[in-house]
Every structure is written in structure tokens, then in C-alpha cells.
Design a protein around this ligand. Structure first.
Ligand code: ADP
Length: 285
């Protein structure tokens, strides 16, 4: 039986520390969130972010646009927020409607207010290994590994999924911590042969039931990023068959209650970091 990585409890304790630190700053850290359209999942994420901001004592502003909004109007709002001294972080809730260029909007955010670390300048800094911020899901996973004293240095780390938001930066973060990183994706011919090598297995493919017990090395740490809606029960499940893998892994994240709450906590951490930098309390631009 493995240790369950309790992201929910860890995230609550991190939020408590962020709140204490924020209260000592000369002004409240501030985040602006831009939401376009009426995607129910995005609306829920945005609601949760606002709740977390209240708990951490942050200022949060929501800009809620209909899906008929023009790219120019969005860009105008981003530009105003870039210049607003009360706002430390600007977040554009993805996905945007298909007719819009996500790249164009993300690239309009001032790199020093890019709280998700999606701007190409910040992605470049990640590749160099000297980024001040990392995207929330990978950094939440790294904090979780640290807090359960799971070493990365010298370990074989298999990342299933190579998205810009999760897989790619996660691999870079593990590399920075001296892991030997293998990326798997849709074109990987024998996924099981790769995953069976993993000391640390991180899965972000969005395929319910993808990782079975016989694909996991005994004693591995298994992190499940996915949130799939089970078509039968309607409940959220990950990509890992939790019930069978928990008897083989030494550590495993639950879904929900593992990576999700850590991702939210890291957004608050990133806002705090940007705010401290804007207040001259951290080095950097
Ligand atoms: P997320 O934003 O959670 O990372 P995406 O849908 O953007 O999710 O990316 C899914 C990733 O999972 C892609 O990189 C894709 O190649 C990978 N993937 C999907 N199905 C499989 C599979 N059966 N085996 C291995 N990788 C897969």
C-alpha cells in the first residue's frame, strides 16, 4: 500500500503561509483574470481562483467577456492591466474560443506580469533553468515531491504528455533537478516499456485508465495530473487506475485532491512572487 500524496492538505497549509506573508507586504498582491465565453469548466476554475485570492488576502479582478469579444478589445484590456500598478499578475483563462489566437494574447501580457509563465520570454528562461516562475501544475508537483522527500536527482522520470502547459515544463523542471527525463506522447510506440522504467511517473494525457498496474515499476512515485469525467459515474478520475496501482507504487496522488489543489496554490504563490518583485523585494526586472 502506497503513501497517498495529499495535495489538498498541503495546498491549504501553503495558502496559510502565503496569507501570512502577503499581510506583511506594503500593499495587497493583485491578479486580473480574463475569461472569454461560457465554458463551464473555465467558469469553475475562475470561481475557485477568486475564492483562493480572498483566502490569501489578494486583490482579484475578473474581466468576463462574451465569446463575441474581439481580439483587439482583449488586447486593449491586457495593455491597460500591464500598466496598472495594483495588478501584479495577468491571467488569461485558456482555452480561448477557437477563432482567437491564444499566442497573440499571451504574448501581449507583460512578461513580468505573466503569472502562468506562458510568455515565450519566460518559456525561454525555463529552458535556461533560471526562470523566477514556473507554470502552476509543474511547480505544484515539484513542491509535492519535495514535501514528501521524494528525490529527483539521478532518478528516471517518465512524463506522459508533452503539452505546453503541463508536460513540457514539467520535464524541464525535472531536468533542472537532475532527473533523467523521458517524454512519452501519442507517437510513443510502446508506452508500457517506458513507464515501467520510471522511478517517478507523471501522467498528463487525459486518457482515463491509460496507466495500468503492469505499467508501473514497484516502488515508483506516481503523479496523476488528469481530470477526466467518468462517463458512467460522472465522477472525476485520472489517467491512472488508482485502485490497482496504489498497491505497487510507493507514492501516489489521488484524483481529485492531488495535483489540482496544488496547481491552485501555486497560482497564489506565483502572484505573491510577482508582487514581491514589483515591490522591489526580489531581484529581477
Ligand atoms: P494537458 O493540458 O493536460 O497536458 P493535452 O490534451 O494538451 O493535456 O495533452 C495531452 C498529451 O497527452 C499530448 O502530449 C499527447 O501526446 C499525450 N497523449 C494522449 N494520449 C496518449 C497515449 N495514449 N499515450 C501517450 N501519450 C498520450
Amino acid at each position: 500500500m502506497s503513501t497517498i500524496l495529499d495535495g489538498k492538505a498541503l495546498a491549504a497549509s501553503i495558502r496559510g503561509k502565503i496569507r501570512e506573508e502577503a499581510a506583511r507586504l506594503p500593499r495587497r498582491p493583485g491578479i486580473a483574470v480574463l475569461l472569454v465565453g461560457e465554458d463551464p469548466a473555465s467558469e469553475l476554475y475562475v470561481k475557485n481562483k477568486a475564492k483562493d485570492c480572498v483566502e490569501c488576502g489578494f486583490l482579484s479582478q475578473l474581466f468576463d467577456f462574451p465569446d463575441t469579444v474581439s481580439e483587439e478589445e482583449l488586447l486593449g484590456t491586457v495593455s491597460k492591466l500591464n500598466a496598472d500598478p495594483a495588478i501584479d499578475g495577468v491571467l488569461v483563462q485558456l482555452p480561448l474560443p477557437a477563432c482567437m489566437s491564444e499566442r497573440r494574447i499571451i504574448e501581449a501580457i507583460a512578461p513580468e506580469k505573466d503569472v502562468d509563465a506562458f510568455h515565450p520570454l519566460n518559456v525561454g528562461r525555463m529552458v535556461h533553468g533560471d526562470s523566477l516562475l514556473w507554470p502552476c501544475t509543474p511547480s505544484g508537483i515539484a513542491v509535492m515531491l519535495d514535501s514528501y522527500a521524494i528525490p529527483v536527482d539521478g532518478k528516471i522520470c517518465v512524463m506522459v504528455g508533452r503539452s505546453d502547459i503541463v508536460g513540457k515544463p514539467m520535464g524541464l523542471l525535472l531536468l533542472r533537478r537532475h532527473g533523467t527525463v523521458i517524454y512519452c506522447h501519442r507517437h510513443t510506440p510502446d508506452l508500457a516499456a517506458m513507464t515501467r522504467q520510471a522511478d517517478i511517473l507523471i501522467v498528463a494525457a487525459g486518457r482515463q485508465g491509460l496507466i495500468r498496474a503492469d505499467m508501473v515499476k514497484p516502488g515508483a512515485a506516481v503523479v496523476d495530473v488528469a481530470m477526466n469525467r467518468d462517463p458512467v459515474t460522472g465522477k472525476f478520475t485520472g489517467d491512472v487506475c488508482f485502485d490497482e496501482v496504489k498497491d505497487i507504487a510507493s507514492f501516489i496522488t489521488p484524483v481529485p485532491g492531488g495535483v489540482g489543489p496544488m496547481t491552485r496554490a501555486m497560482l497564489m504563490q506565483n502572484v505573491l512572487t510577482l508582487a514581491k518583485r514589483h515591490m522591489g523585494l526580489l531581484p529581477g526586472a
